[in-house]
Write a protein that binds this ligand. Structure first.
Ligand SMILES: Cc1ncc(COP(=O)(O)O)c(C=O)c1O
Length: 462
């Protein structure tokens, strides 16, 4: 498409993408005609024509003598457009939709949760019976703004056990881990701010941050945590407002943060404006507790969040945030503004389940079962030429490379046709350099059909 029309369309597409990806936000000035022409290696008249057409479309406006600006009211946010640009078919929302929507017959080695039979079904049923007999308030009232006091006390004790000092008044219950991050984004971010994430990271961080219209910058994740050189460079170049990461077991790599990296990272951010969000959703899967940024930092600039979706129930929606008092107060106000209050019923259920005498045994058995699943699944993947990036110390995920020449997105699409939902690497990677990787959930890989389908698809794609 080397015609003038083609070149004009190319400039228009470039500007549209930048606006959709929030690299150019409302009110931002576009590069000058001359600079854009140089950047895209086209003539000045091509850029002028492209800009004028975008003005006619209402996407940008021209200010006489000053330049071109992103129009005040941009098109409604389209998260599909905001996804991985090189691969529209498979973006962060692709996996969520496939894993959440697929019919019950589908096999889901790519999904991020345990099969229902692995969860604390007996305990949840006991909790339901207990709550059904409780006073009517539990069944019908809003929760208090911070959330159910005994559950916050229990969480404060669990945090103290891992060395994190937080009073129950420093803990607010949310509807989920996702809502916890959303509230924190609402508190700290403005459109156009920069947020650091791990590359790769949990794919829904990308989707959620795009919804907040911020610029997202990826920092490569190593076996011991974020690459500190890259982290420092990103800190200097972008002055990010937030860094969103996992505590303990990292999604998708299964790596864990080392104490040295945790300590150095906190030193790096000393004196900056950066706030760290540490998502501890996999805490109960750990055999030995890894380093927590929040523990070293004492909740000064680190906010600690979590939820019960992975170990108790994703159906009963409860998450939490632990933060320093002044931030916590603001988060509680935001929670009221955006959801009014939490549901008391869900909080009561979680509290009864966590204090059930069988919960500790259930969690211990689940860890053993997961370790066994890891031992069974990894060699089976290796037999197909699918190699783990590292052997996780615990948890549900193993991050793997496909045999040379295989494209994870194509493999995932082909497997989907055969009833298998996979999690292709680039959905987790901002830099899009994980096109040969897949995340496997070992608990969802214990059905032989998983390997039969993979073998068929890999043979066909070689
Ligand atoms: C790292 C991470 N954080 C948060 C969530 C979502 O948690 P919730 O169900 O509490 O919204 C997930 C779900 O897969 C996750 O993997």
């Amino acid at each position: 498409m080397n015609t003038t029309t083609g070149r004009i369309a190319q400039v228009m597409a470039h500007v549209r993408t930048q606006i959709h990806q929030r690299s150019l936000v409302t009110g931002a000035r576009l590069p000058s005609v001359r600079a854009q022409a140089q950047l895209l290696k086209v003539s000045v008249s091509t850029v002028v024509e492209a800009y004028e057409r975008l003005v006619a479309e209402g996407l940008i406006l021209a200010k006489a003598g000053s330049g071109y600006y992103v129009q005040g009211s941009v098109a409604p946010l389209d998260l599909r457009q905001a996804g991985a640009p090189q691969d529209r078919a498979i973006d962060p929302l692709w996996i969520s939709r496939q894993a959440l929507e697929g019919d019950a017959q589908m096999l889901r080695p790519g999904c991020g949760w345990l099969p229902p039979q692995w969860l604390f079904e007996d305990g949840m049923r006991r909790a339901l019976r207990t709550v059904a007999r409780a006073e009517v308030d539990s069944l019908s009232e809003y929760a208090t703004p911070l959330g159910l006091p005994p559950l916050r006390l229990l969480l404060a004790r669990r945090m103290a056990a891992m060395g994190l000092e937080a009073t129950p008044e420093q803990i607010v219950l949310t509807e989920s881990g996702t809502q916890a991050i959303d509230l924190i984004c609402r508190l700290f971010l403005q459109a156009g701010d920069t947020v650091l994430v791990d590359d790769p990271c949990y794919f829904n961080f990308h989707a959620l941050l795009k919804a907040h219209r911020v610029k997202v910058v990826g920092v490569p994740y190593t076996e011991h945590g974020p690459d500190l050189q890259a982290f420092q460079a990103a800190l200097l170049e972008h002055q990010p407002r937030l860094y969103v990461t996992n505590a303990g077991i990292h999604n998708p790599t299964g790596a864990t943060l080392s104490p040295v990296v945790a300590h150095r990272l906190l030193k790096l951010i000393d004196g900056s404006d950066l706030v760290v969000v540490e998502d501890d959703i996999f805490a109960d899967f750990e055999l030995t507790a890894a380093a927590r940024l929040s523990v070293f930092d004492g909740l000064e600039r680190v906010i600690h969040i979590g939820s019960f979706s992975k170990t108790l129930s994703a159906s009963v929606r409860v998450g939490y945030i632990a933060a320093k008092p002044e931030w916590l107060e603001a988060l509680v106000d935001l929670k009221i503004a955006t959801t009014f209050a939490g549901g008391r019923l869900a909080q009561e259920l979680v509290w009864h389940a966590l204090t059930d005498s069988g919960y500790r045994k259930h969690v211990e058995a689940m860890r053993v079962r997961l370790a066994q699943a890891m031992q069974i699944v990894v060699p089976k993947l290796q037999a197909l030429g699918i190699e783990p990036w590292l052997l996780p110390s615990a948890g549900i995920f193993v991050w793997c490379r496909l045999p040379a020449g295989c494209d994870a997105a194509q493999v995932a699409q082909a497997c989907l046709q055969q009833g298998l939902v996979l999690a292709p690497g680039n959905a987790f990677s901002l830099s899009q350099n994980a096109g040969d990787s897949l995340r496997f959930n070992v608990a969802q890989c214990l059905d032989e059909r998983v390997f039969a389908v993979l073998a068929r698809v890999l043979t066909a794609s070689n």
